[in-house]
Design a binder for this molecule. Structure first.
Ligand code: SF4
Ligand code: SF4
Length: 372
C-alpha cells in the first residue's frame, strides 16, 4: 500500500490563508473530486468535543471547516455538518451550545450548510452509529491535532468515535476501558465508516493532558490531508515525537490492512516530514506507563495508579463529570463533587467532559516516587 499524506504550513486561522492552505493540501493528494463525486451528499465531521470558543484549541477551528465546505461547494455537494460532542446522556439540547460556541453554527449559517444532530442511530457492526451516515454518500473527517489521555493521540481514527450516538459512548467506555480494548473498537468503527477524506487541523494543537481543558496549547502551524487515516495518524505521531505503532489504534488498523503505518509506505507531499517534525510533544501523564519495560510493569502495575481529583476552586458544579462517569462513582455531596475511588476505572471520561479544567490527575505514591 502506498498512501499519500500532504503537509501544509499555515501560519494562522486567517480565512483566506486557511482556504488557500486547505485547497493546496487537498490538491497535492489529487484534488477534491478524486475523493468525492460531484453533486453528492457529504457528512462533514469536525471534532467538537465541548462548548468552547475556537481560541481554546479543543474543537476543530471553524475556518478549517469553512475552507472544506467551500471546496465541497465547488463540486456542488449537499453538505451536512455534525458531531456527537462530549455532552453525554440526556443533554442532547447542549449540542446547540457546542455548535454555538465552537463557531459551527455561524459558519453553517454563513455558508448555507445543514447543521445536524446525531440523535438517531442504526446498529452497524454492533455500534449504534448516527443515521446521517446512511443519508450521506461520503464522510469528510476533520480531526484536531491533540494528545489524548486514553489513546495517546486523538486524530483521524479517534475522531470517528463522535459518530457513536448519545449514552452509548459512555457504555462503550465502560465496557472497553483499557486503552488496548478501546483502541480496537475505535478501529472497528473506523473500518465501518471509512471516511473519504481527512484533513487534520494542526494550526493550533494540544499537548500534555489532552484532549480537553487539561491540555496545553502549542502551534505546529500545520494542516495534514489524506484519504488514509492510518497514514495520517502515523505522520501526526511522528510530528509529535511518537512512534506510530505506539498509538494502539494505528497499530491495530495497520495490522488489519486498513492503511499504512510504515513510513516507507507513505508518500509525504508538501512540507518535508523532517521540517514538520517538532520538539517532542509533552505526552499525557497517563501514557507514561507505556514506556516502562513489560516485566516491571507486571510487578508495579498494581501500585502505579492514576485517579482523577477535583480542583474545587475551578469547579462550577455543572454536573457534566457526574453524568459522563461510566462507572457512576461521582456524585454531588454538600455542594462538592466527590468520587468513590473504589469503583473508579481511571477512564478519565470526567476530565474529558469537564468544561472548567477542574479535574486533574492524581498519581499514586509509587508513581510519584519513580518520577512518573
Ligand atoms: S471518576 Fe472519572 S476516571 Fe473514574 S470512572 Fe468516573 S469518569 Fe472514569
Ligand atoms: S469538576 Fe468540572 S465537570 Fe465536574 S462539576 Fe465541576 S466543573 Fe463540572
Amino acid at each position: 500500500m502506498n498512501s499519500k499524506v500532504s503537509i501544509i504550513k499555515c501560519e494562522s486561522y486567517d480565512t483566506a490563508l486557511v482556504q488557500d492552505s486547505v485547497t493546496r493540501a487537498v490538491d497535492l493528494i489529487g484534488g477534491i473530486s478524486n475523493f468525492i463525486k460531484p453533486s453528492s451528499k457529504v457528512l462533514v465531521k469536525p471534532n467538537l468535543l465541548m462548548a468552547k470558543e475556537p481560541e481554546a484549541g479543543i474543537d476543530t477551528h471553524p475556518e478549517v471547516v469553512r475552507a472544506v465546505i467551500k471546496l465541497l461547494k465547488k463540486i456542488n455537494c449537499s453538505i451536512y455538518l455534525g458531531d456527537g460532542p462530549s455532552v453525554w446522556g440526556s443533554q442532547i439540547e447542549d449540542v446547540d451550545k457546542v455548535y454555538e460556541l465552537s463557531g459551527m453554527k455561524k459558519v453553517c449559517e454563513e455558508e448555507s450548510v445543514n447543521l445536524v444532530k446525531f440523535d438517531k442511530r442504526r446498529m452497524r457492526e454492533g455500534f449504534p452509529l448516527s443515521t446521517w451516515l446512511d443519508q450521506c454518500d461520503y464522510v469528510v473527517n476533520l480531526p484536531k491535532f491533540k494528545t489524548h489521555d486514553l489513546t495517546l493521540l486523538t486524530g483521524a481514527i479517534k475522531n470517528l468515535y463522535g459518530l457513536v450516538t448519545g449514552t452509548f459512548k459512555t457504555e462503550l467506555h465502560k465496557k472497553y476501558y483499557a486503552s488496548k480494548d478501546f483502541s480496537k473498537i475505535l478501529v472497528d468503527i473506523f473500518q465501518e465508516i471509512k471516511p473519504a477524506l481527512t484533513i487534520t487541523d494542526g494550526i493550533v494543537a494540544m499537548e500534555g493532558d489532552g484532549p480537553a481543558t487539561g491540555g496545553r496549547l502549542r502551534n505546529p502551524k500545520l494542516l495534514l490531508a489524506s484519504s488514509d487515516c492510518v497514514a495520517l495518524d502515523s505522520i501526526m505521531a511522528l510530528i509529535m515525537g511518537i512512534e506510530p505503532e505506539a498509538v494502539l489504534s494505528t497499530k491495530e488498523a495497520a495490522k488489519r490492512g486498513l492503511g499504512a503505518a510504515d513510513i516507507n509506505s507513505i508518500t509525504v507531499l508538501g512540507e518535508k516530514l523532517e521540517d514538520a517534525i517538532q520538539e517532542p510533544f509533552l505526552l499525557p501523564t497517563t501514557s507514561i506507563t507505556a514506556k516502562i519495560p513489560r516485566p516491571v510493569i507486571k510487578l508495579a502495575m498494581k501500585l502505579i495508579k492514576y485517579h482523577p481529583y477535583i480542583d474545587h476552586n475551578n469547579c462550577t458544579r455543572c454536573n457534566a463529570c457526574i453524568e459522563a462517569c461510566p462507572a457512576k462513582v461521582m456524585s454531588m455531596k454538600n455542594n462538592q463533587v466527590v468520587i468513590n475511588y473504589s469503583g473508579c476505572i481511571s477512564c478519565f471520561c470526567c476530565q474529558e467532559a469537564c468544561p472548567s479544567a477542574a479535574i486533574k490527575v492524581k498519581k499514586s505514591v509509587l508513581a510519584r516516587l519513580i518520577g512518573l
